[in-house]
Design a binder for this molecule. Structure first.
Ligand code: GAR
Length: 198
């Protein structure tokens, strides 16, 4: 079977990465994880890659806090190309991408964000949703562009906000929804790849 070669980028605990790798292992997802890359040396997402025997790498990000230095971003492009990646999956990757990546992988980079975009881009989106008294929040998968948590929306999953929700309880339910939504979206890319190529 033709499997979609993906690369996963993340900065943190890697629960979305784990969900994706589990679906690949169980045969539910016709993808092949070629590499997992993190800008954080001791990020648990790299341990998860090792647990699943997926090639993995630490990418020292350089001097900026929210973006990669241009030469580092070029290096990231090279790493992904050398790994033969066709779809770049951002899973908690806390840096904004710019021209080198966006030009190298046009409409081939997707992100997941814990809100119903365009509402509440940025950090700790679930807290923003609670603070403004929303009744519903959720998560969004979207194509990546040069703005933070911005770009064409591919799919969303709603999560109802309960009267006694705390930031932690809401975040936990949104993360459960993420772990369903992201593999489902990637499965659609896999199907398109199998049928016609991306
Ligand atoms: C996820 O909740 C994802 O939506 C969020 O980071 C978390 C990573 O968790 N991404 C963003 O906020 C992007 N702006 P994980 O490392 O357990 O997958």
């Amino acid at each position: 079977m033709k499997r979609l070669p993906i690369g996963i980028l993340g900065s943190g605990k890697g629960s979305n990465c784990r969900a994706i790798l589990e679906r690949i292992r169980s045969g539910d997802l016709a993808a092949e994880a070629r590499v997992v890359i993190s800008d954080v040396l001791d990020a648990p997402i790299l341990d998860i890659a090792r647990e699943f025997s997926v090639a993995n790498a630490f990418l020292p990000s350089g001097q900026f806090r929210t973006r990669l230095e241009p030469n580092v971003e070029n290096e990231l492009v090279n790493m992904l190309r050398e790994a033969g990646v066709d779809l770049v999956v951002l899973a908690g990757f806390m840096r904004v991408l710019h021209a080198p990546m966006l030009k190298a992988f046009p409409r081939r980079i997707i992100n997941i964000h814990p809100s119903l975009l365009p509402k509440f881009p940025g950090l700790e989106a679930w807290k923003q949703a609670l603070a403004t008294g929303e009744e519903v929040s959720g998560c969004t998968v979207h194509y990546v562009d040069e703005k933070i948590d911005h770009g064409e929306i591919i799919a969303q999953h709603e999560v109802r906000i309960l009267p006694d929700d705390t930031p932690e309880s809401l975040h936990a339910r949104i993360q459960i929804a993420e772990r369903e939504l992201y593999p489902a979206v990637i499965a659609e890319f896999c199907e398109r790849y199998r049928a016609t190529g991306l």
